[in-house]
Design a protein around this ligand. Structure first.
Ligand SMILES: CCCCCCCCCCCCCCCCC(=O)SCCNC(=O)CCNC(=O)[C@H](O)C(C)(C)COP(=O)(O)OP(=O)(O)OC[C@H]1O[C@@H](n2cnc3c(N)ncnc32)[C@H](O)[C@@H]1OP(=O)(O)O
Ligand SMILES: CCCCCCCC/C=C\CCCCCCCC(=O)OC[C@@H](O)COP(=O)(O)O
Length: 276
């Protein structure tokens, strides 16, 4: 008899729990797939507009892409609270570095993207159908992360293009998506780039997504994302030998702001900020 009660209670608790789990996993995947479909649809619509207006691959297409992408936040119930936009108002090129949590970052990127700004992206993105096409038309620079030597020589070319064509370049120094609620150690490419092009670095920090977006918990609801554009880091006087220190300084500054924006107590870390 007792066993029946145990069985009954287990079913009463377990079955609804299981159903909720299945439905939240389903809802999560449905939303992610909708996001991808929307990206593909909008880039299919934006590509002819880019081609007709600007003729081919040019940073001017980023304005068109930005206008399309800015509509997407309403579909997913996201709101951006932006501070420090005045820090983007600098004459000439710069390297912008920001934290990278998810594919959703593309919306946060376009929300504040300054004019004449291209991004560094993994080369795999080039093959993502119409999304790949639109990134190509927008002037995104592709790097092969598995070939440091190739990536470095592309970055050297980018440094020249930045001054020749007055370009800003957006780099995700963590080098990959990271939704852990902290920052990954920074790669040094962005900092070498700033030094080679002799341009300032502008850090941008987005608050943690974990309260509304978490792949492990199949969570994807609406939410507010706080964004802060920090004052530029001047690189005059910085030498190649100081790159590790520069990377460290930027990492710790961004990490402090990341914790503050995410409403979490700051926990200092002692290890080196850069990944090598
Ligand atoms: C209309 C609707 C549309 C819908 C879609 C719209 C899309 C719109 C467009 C938006 C596009 C957004 C795209 C976003 C994509 C984001 C990404 O793909 S993130 C992933 C790719 N990005 C990066 O990886 C950038 C960050 N990585 C780096 O900077 C790396 O340093 C590296 C250049 C890739 C090299 O990495 P790695 O090989 O791992 O090496 P490191 O540890 O960094 O460095 C090794 C060694 O080399 C030195 N070094 C690094 N770079 C340079 C350099 N440029 N010059 C000289 N030396 C360099 C470094 O100092 C290390 O040496 P050390 O002795 O240890 O110091
Ligand atoms: C014919 C092939 C058709 C393929 C169609 C693929 C469709 C893809 C659809 C939508 C994807 C929208 C992505 C928007 C761009 C966001 C870029 C991005 O955030 O890439 C992740 C990259 O930063 C880091 O990658 P990893 O975390 O290292 O991995």
């Amino acid at each position: 008899m007792d066993l029946w009660w145990v069985f009954l209670y287990t079913m009463v608790i377990f079955v609804p729990f299981l159903l909720i789990q299945i439905s939240s996993t389903f809802k999560f995947h449905f939303k992610i797939i909708s996001y991808c479909i929307l990206c593909v649809t909008l880039s299919t619509l934006a590509a002819p507009v880019c081609l007709l207006k600007n003729g081919g691959r040019t940073v001017d297409n980023m304005r068109i892409i930005r206008a399309f992408v800015r509509t997407m936040k309403y579909v997913f119930g996201l709101r951006y609270e932006v501070k420090g936009l005045e820090n983007f108002r600098i004459d000439g090129p710069c390297v912008i570095v920001s934290n990278h949590q998810s594919v959703l970052d593309m919306m946060g990127l376009m929300e504040i993207l300054p004019d004449r700004c291209v991004q560094i992206a993994k080369r795999e993105l080039m093959f993502a159908g119409s999304v790949g096409l639109i990134t190509y038309l927008g002037g995104v620079i592709y790097i092969n992360r598995k070939q440091t030597r190739d990536a470095k020589s592309i970055m050297a070319g980018v440094a020249r293009a930045m001054t020749d064509d007055n370009l800003k370049v957006w780099v995700y120094p963590e080098g990959t998506r990271n939704n852990s609620g902290d920052l990954l150690p920074f790669k040094k490419g962005a900092f070498h780039l700033a030094l080679q092009a002799k341009v300032p670095i502008i850090p941008v920090v987005y608050s943690s997504y974990t309260s509304f977006y978490d792949r492990k918990k199949s969570l994807f609801s609406g939410g507010i994302i706080k964004v802060e554009i920090l004052p530029k880091i001047d690189i005059s006087g910085v030498k190649e030998a100081d790159i590790a220190d520069l990377t460290d300084r930027c990492f710790h500054e961004m990490r402090r702001v990341f914790f503050r924006l995410s409403g979490k107590p700051y926990t200092p870390i002692k290890q080196n900020a850069s990944s090598k």
